[in-house]
Design a protein around this ligand. Sequence first.
Ligand SMILES: [Zn+2]
Length: 150
Amino acid sequence: MALSEFAGEWIDHTMIYHTFRAWRERMGRYRLAGSRCRSCGEIWFPRRHGVCGKCNSTDIEDYQCAQEGVLAEFIIKDNPFTDLSGSRDYGRGKRVVAMVKLDDGLYVWSDVVDCLPEKVTVGMRLRMVTRKWMRESNSNWQYGYKFVPA
Ligand SMILES: [Zn+2]
């Protein structure tokens, strides 16, 4: 952990989140863009490159994943760095990390925000929103999907 000299906030990781890769994967983060195989119809999130894992076809297209789903499973984690995750006002030092089953059948790990942890239940309807995620290596804020009660 280190206190960033220019940002004046605690950086809770020593990894570097590469800006180039973040740029390439931005549509996945911003709007849940995945992939679909034109041959067999299999869908993926995150985006898949090259070859279909089901039928070996190379005919893969972009796919817009469902923006809503149900909460399949979740854990509540202590989060001492609530400023960084943008969930400071909602979780009081807690962070809800959930497996969300989207309406098209895909599963996505994500945070549930705008909802107190004690109100979170398995089976609740959720919809995607775009929120702060983390700092990139050039100190820009990276934004991405999180889920709120629908
Ligand atoms: Zn396929």
